[in-house]
Design a binder for this molecule. Structure first.
Ligand SMILES: [Zn+2]
Length: 98
């Protein structure tokens, strides 16, 4: 944080906090779950959906931690169904295999 005299030549990546491990990572490494204004919760594969978002690392460990802590429900202030977590795990599997 802060060195006022230093200028970065490239913009730093936008960091977002994982609800599982609490670490900040570039958005590209995270999966986003979004709650739309109508209350519908979905996985935002594009990263551009409107609404309140919460992020988790594309990592089973983090997804499970988030599940245990009910972290998405807290971050989104909305209950999260098991099917959302199942979907997140599927996406993790996709990322891991690539
Ligand atoms: Zn994480």
């Amino acid at each position: 944080m802060g060195g006022s005299s230093k200028r970065l030549t490239a913009a730093p990546p936008r960091l977002r906090k994982c609800v599982g491990c609490g670490e900040e990572r570039p958005k590209a490494e995270l999966l986003r779950v979004v709650r739309a204004s109508d209350g519908a919760v979905s996985i935002d594969a594009s990263g551009k959906a409107q609404g309140r978002g919460a992020y988790v690392c594309a990592d089973f460990e983090c997804v499970r931690r988030a599940m245990k802590k009910n972290a998405f429900a807290r971050a989104l202030r909305h209950p999260i169904g098991g099917e959302i977590y199942a979907r997140i795990e599927e996406l993790c599997a996709d990322r891991v295999s690539k």
